[in-house]
Design a binder for this molecule. Structure first.
Ligand SMILES: NC(=O)c1ccc[n+]([C@@H]2O[C@H](COP(=O)([O-])OP(=O)(O)OC[C@H]3O[C@@H](n4cnc5c(N)ncnc54)[C@H](OP(=O)(O)O)[C@@H]3O)[C@@H](O)[C@H]2O)c1
Length: 246
């Protein structure tokens, strides 16, 4: 068993689970957070047996801002090499346009709560150096669209936060990766009809994330072709963009 740990905030996400497997294969122990420990018991038992690693499961509701410091104090003495943030909430755009609770849930889950927790974590990691923080944002944050602009705007904020954090932590030798997946088959998208040729698996995303960690990539589009798609989408003039159904 190695002595380094990967901390995953949102360890029960489908993408996070595949990342857990990928890092476990490379001798990382794991600290996984979820709102309900039971959801991860089976998964962690299997991983422990397969890879002979230590796995700790911690309960964390990211919307409980007042618990963030206490949570970090519980885990910070493990030898955490990498922190991966995989929490996300797509929510219901139409409901959020009418309902403050849904709107704030989307914004807080995807942005403000993550900012608060990562501030706490990074203030400590700064002193330790040679660490990596990986945040999963989304291509949805690259241009606002009518179908998901509340989620998209929170992701835009989160991408910008991660970019700024990378700039800030460069001199402390802490690397920050902004991950922008395109469409992925997970619990989050299971109710949507996704175009097959544009949609990938959590396993593919996890493999890309592990490679990005090794190569110290700054911004990862996964799969890679989403970078081309987004660059084309960004080139469309606003006067035309606002008239098309995207
Ligand atoms: N799927 C896609 O097409 C896609 C595309 C672009 C970006 N992303 C991003 O990828 C990341 C992973 O998502 P996924 O697709 O793997 O979806 P997922 O399987 O639905 O996972 C979402 C995770 O968010 C956690 N979460 C939600 N609200 C929370 C809260 N209040 N406190 C703590 N945890 C909370 C859930 O944890 P619990 O265990 O507590 O339920 C769950 O593990 C997200 O940031 C998502 O926005 C996904």
């Amino acid at each position: 068993m190695g002595n380094k740990y990967l901390l995953i905030i949102g360890g029960n996400s489908d993408i996070a689970k595949e990342c857990a497997i990928e890092f476990a294969k490379h001798n990382f122990n794991l600290i996984l957070t979820t709102r309900n420990k039971n959801k991860l018991e089976e998964f962690s038992k299997d991983l422990k047996n397969l890879y002979d690693i230590d796995i700790i499961i911690e309960e964390l509701d990211i919307l409980d801002f007042s618990y963030h410091s206490e949570f970090w104090n519980k885990v910070k003495n493990y030898n955490i090499e990498v922190v991966l943030i995989s929490v996300g909430y797509l929510g219901n755009q139409e409901l959020a346009e009418q309902n403050t609770e849904e709107s704030l849930k989307i914004i807080n889950t995807n942005y403000t709560a993550l900012v608060n927790l990562i501030n706490i974590i990074s203030n400590d990691l700064k002193e330790k150096r040679n660490k990596t923080i990986i945040g999963i944002s989304s291509v949805a944050g690259d241009r606002g669209r009518k179908s998901n602009y509340i989620y998209g705007s929170a992701k835009a904020g989160f991408s910008c936060y991660l970019d700024g954090l990378r700039h800030k932590l460069y001199n402390y030798n802490i690397h920050v990766i902004t991950v922008k997946p395109g469409l992925v088959y997970t619990k989050m998208t299971s109710h949507l009809k996704l175009p097959k040729f544009l949609t990938t698996t959590p396993n593919k995303v996890a493999k890309d994330i592990y490679k990005a960690y090794l190569k110290k990539i700054n911004t990862l589009y996964t799969p890679f072709f989403w970078k081309i798609i987004i660059n084309i989408i960004k080139l469309i003039p606003e006067n035309i963009f606002k008239k098309i159904n995207l």
